[in-house]
Design a protein around this ligand. Structure first.
Ligand SMILES: CC(C)(COP(=O)(O)OP(=O)(O)OC[C@H]1O[C@@H](n2cnc3c(N)ncnc32)[C@H](O)[C@@H]1OP(=O)(O)O)[C@@H](O)C(=O)NCCC(=O)NCCS
Length: 202
C-alpha cells in the first residue's frame, strides 16, 4: 500500500468516526429536511438513534417492513425471517429518520448508519419503508435526498443499499434516483442486489 492510500484509508476512518459521533447528523440540514409537504402529504421528520426510539415506533417499523417486503422475501430463496428482521432493526448502531403525520403517527422511515464497506466509506441505507397510503408522494425521494446530503456532508464515498431482485418497483425507484449496481453486488445476479450512488465531494 502506498503512503497516499494509507492516508486515504485513515481519512475515511476519520470521516466515519466524526459522522458516527454526531448525535443528530441531519441537523446541518434541519431547515430542508425536518418537514415534507406535497398535496395531502404533510409530515414532520425526526432523526434518532435506535436507543432513543420508543418501543411502539420500533414495533411499527417492524410491522411496516413486514407489510411492505415480506411478500418479496417469501417469493425468493431467502424466505421471510421475522426474527432476523427484528434483530436488524434493533441494532444499537441503527439510526432512524422517521416521518410522522399531523397526529404524530409514523408513516415512513429509513434506517441507516455510517460505515466502512469493502474499503469504502459509506452511508448504508438498511431500510426505506413508506406506508402504502403515503407511497408515490415523493417521500422516498425526500428520504434519499436527505441521506445523500448527509453522506456528502460527512465525506462518505457512496450511498449504498441492498434490495431484493424481485422487488421491481423498488429497483425502478432506486434507478430513478440515480443508483446503479455496485461493484460488490453478487455476480451472476442472485436473490438480492447491491445498489449504490457515488457521492460527489462538496
Ligand atoms: C420504493 C419506495 C421506497 C419508493 O418511495 P415512494 O415515496 O413511493 O416514491 P417517490 O414518490 O418518492 O417516487 C420518486 C420517483 O421514483 C420512481 N418510482 C417510485 N415508485 C415507482 C414505481 N412503483 N414504479 C416505477 N417508478 C417508481 C418514479 O420516478 C417517482 O417519480 P414520480 O412519482 O414523479 O414518477 C416505496 O414505494 C416503498 O416503501 N415501497 C415498499 C418498500 C420497498 O420496496 N422499499 C425499498 C426496498 S427496501
Amino acid at each position: 500500500m502506498t503512503g497516499v492510500e494509507v492516508n486515504s484509508v485513515s481519512s475515511q476512518h476519520k470521516a466515519i468516526e466524526r459522522a458516527s459521533k454526531t448525535k443528530n447528523p441531519i441537523e446541518p440540514f434541519a431547515e430542508q429536511f425536518s418537514k415534507y409537504t406535497k398535496d395531502d402529504c404533510d409530515v414532520s421528520v425526526y432523526c434518532k438513534w435506535k436507543a432513543d426510539m420508543d418501543a411502539k415506533t420500533l414495533k411499527w417499523a417492524m410491522k411496516l417492513a413486514e407489510r411492505n417486503v415480506a411478500p418479496f422475501y417469501r417469493t425468493c430463496g431467502i424466505g421471510w425471517q421475522p426474527k432476523v428482521k427484528q434483530s436488524d432493526l434493533n441494532k444499537n448502531w441503527a439510526r432512524y429518520l422517521v416521518a410522522v403525520d399531523k397526529a404524530k403517527q409514523p408513516v415512513a422511515y429509513t434506517m441507516f448508519r455510517f460505515d466502512m464497506d469493502y474499503g469504502c466509506s459509506v452511508l448504508y441505507c438498511y431500510e426505506l419503508q413508506i406506508d402504502k397510503t403515503y407511497q408515490r408522494k415523493g417521500l422516498g425521494r425526500f428520504f434519499i435526498n436527505a441521506l445523500e446530503q448527509m453522506a456528502k456532508h460527512y465525506n462518505m464515498e457512496k450511498l449504498i443499499l441492498t434490495v431484493l431482485s424481485n422487488n421491481e418497483d423498488g429497483i425502478k425507484f432506486f434507478n430513478s434516483m440515480g443508483f446503479i449496481t455496485d461493484d460488490t453486488s453478487p455476480s451472476p445476479p442472485t436473490d438480492y442486489a447491491i445498489l449504490s450512488k457515488t457521492i460527489d465531494s462538496l
